[in-house]
Design a protein around this ligand. Structure first.
Ligand SMILES: Nc1ncnc2c1ncn2[C@@H]1O[C@H](COP(=O)(O)OP(=O)(O)OP(=O)(O)O)[C@@H](O)[C@H]1O
Ligand SMILES: [Mg+2]
Length: 245
């Protein structure tokens, strides 16, 4: 099967901006002419609607992706409770099966040039009694984009995440410094610390957005630049690993 350029969006924690960054990157990839699919394979925290359980992240990703897909394909595991996925699944009487996620991913990827998959929580968030989000990235054979929520404590979280990503044999394609806290002291020095340790500048530094810009969904020039950098990193990764897109 033809393979789309895929990417797993991980975060240094929950609430660090994985969805925010994924939405921006998808908009950028669409703007440069790609057919882009999105996936939130496991979502814990869903509302009951007449159509079934729905999650805000999955809906946000679907609203900007330009490959149409049924909701259940984008978000095969929609769990009502906003809790760790393995506990939310247990509460719902659901067993998360990586083969189901892979099946839906393959169907989506077949229609797309690029596919952006958002994890839930951090890299080692448990999804079953034995598996974590890392196993989802592994099952989908995707390189990882790490969203670093730039706030106090982020250096520890970022370094631990990168170490765990490497230890599990996944490839850290790049990282994004997402600055959610306008008051954070020494923000640039924190970002420079990670760049120096990883020998890799962030694909983008996202400034704290004011509420209006966040709601308006306007495509900023930075997202175009970040998407181009991401596209380039993916091309290098695919070439170096001899994966034909
Ligand atoms: N750069 C930013 N500036 C201001 N607010 C931001 C920024 N990035 C994210 N946010 C806000 O922070 C909140 C958390 O972001 P987001 O939902 O993208 O995190 P997440 O990592 O996807 O969380 P989850 O683990 O629940 O999926 C949201 O309200 C989002 O709008
Ligand atoms: Mg999210």
């Amino acid at each position: 099967m033809r393979r789309a350029r895929g990417l797993f969006v991980a975060g240094t924690d929950t609430g660090v901006g994985k969805t925010f960054v994924s939405v921006g990157l998808i908009q950028g990839l669409v703007a440069v002419g790609h057919r882009v699919a999105a996936m939130k394979p496991i979502a814990a925290g869903c509302e009951q609607t007449p159509a079934g359980l729905r999650n805000d992240d999955a809906r946000a990703l679907m609203s900007v992706a330009n490959v149409a897909a049924p909701y259940e394909r984008v978000n095969p595991y929609a769990l009502p409770l906003a809790a760790s996925p393995h506990l939310a699944a247990r509460e719902a009487g659901v067993v998360i099966d990586l083969r189901t996620i892979r099946l839906q991913f393959d169907l989506l990827a077949a229609e797309a040039d690029a596919i952006v998959v958002e994890g839930a929580g951090g890299w080692l968030a448990p999804i079953t009694d034995t598996e974590t989000m890392a196993d989802v990235a592994h099952a989908l054979e995707l390189p990882v984009l790490l969203v670093v929520g730039v706030r106090l404590g982020c250096l520890n979280h970022a370094l631990l995440s990168a170490q765990a990503i490497a230890a599990g044999g996944a490839h850290l394609l790049g990282w994004i410094a997402n600055c959610t806290d306008p008051m954070m002291p020494l923000r640039d020095a924190n970002i420079a610390t990670l760049a120096q340790r990883w020998g890799q500048d962030p694909l983008a530094v996202v400034a704290p957005q004011i509420a209006f810009a966040r709601r308006s969904g306007a495509l900023g020039a930075d997202w175009l630049k970040a998407s181009r950098a991401l596209d380039h990193a993916l091309t290098l990764y695919l070439t170096e690993n001899r994966i034909s897109p």
